[in-house]
Design a protein around this ligand. Sequence first.
Ligand code: ADP
Ligand code: MG
Length: 210
Amino acid sequence: MRRILVANPKGGSGKSTLAAHLACWFAWQEDQVLLGDTDRQQSLAHWLKTRPKALPQIRGWEVTPGEPARPPRGTQVAILDTPAGLHGKSLKALLGMVDQVIVPLQTGAFDFWASGEFFDILAESKAVRREQIRVAAVGMRVNPRTSNGRELIPFLARYDIPLVAQLRDATLYRDTIARGMTLFDLSHGRTQLDREQWQPLLDWVTGPTR
Ligand SMILES: Nc1ncnc2c1ncn2[C@@H]1O[C@H](COP(=O)(O)OP(=O)(O)O)[C@@H](O)[C@H]1O
Ligand SMILES: [Mg+2]
């Protein structure tokens, strides 16, 4: 089973959006997907309820950091969304449950401060140091016409974390989520550019777990 944590203590960095998309992509690969929502706002639990029944289904999973949680049998992929401000014991407990961590981040001083601190905390984790957990960063709402995409590369160069994908800012991300869907539920024709942007992240995610 693949177990993926989507985390960044900065609110609004794109965690729930990324977690929903990833879950949806796996569901389209016919994998049994669990989407855990450790956020008290339960954004993804609400999203799952609005998901049209005709689309590949994703199961919800209630997880409380620090309390034992075993995914049901047959689960192939478990994705965990996390709240803003995740740190300390809760973070440690969740790191103990996964083998991959994806950190979505936007550009900007506030985002860089919060994400930089988070990368330092991850780097101190034994499981990360022993490479039992793989960590990757994803640029969110990157606009190639401005400098914001370019800022991510020198920022991440300070940390030993690969920037595996850069996803554009597109209203389609909001519009699909509002309907219980993601871009992966739309035709390839409408989403070709976005699928291309996702591909290196999907390659990283489906790579070896250990
Ligand atoms: N690539 C994107 N393009 C446009 N809007 C996005 C994109 N990614 C996220 N958003 C929007 O940014 C806001 C914050 O995203 P969200 O996933 O809720 O972040 P978090 O879960 O980290 O708080 C939401 O309104 C979401 O629709
Ligand atoms: Mg969220």
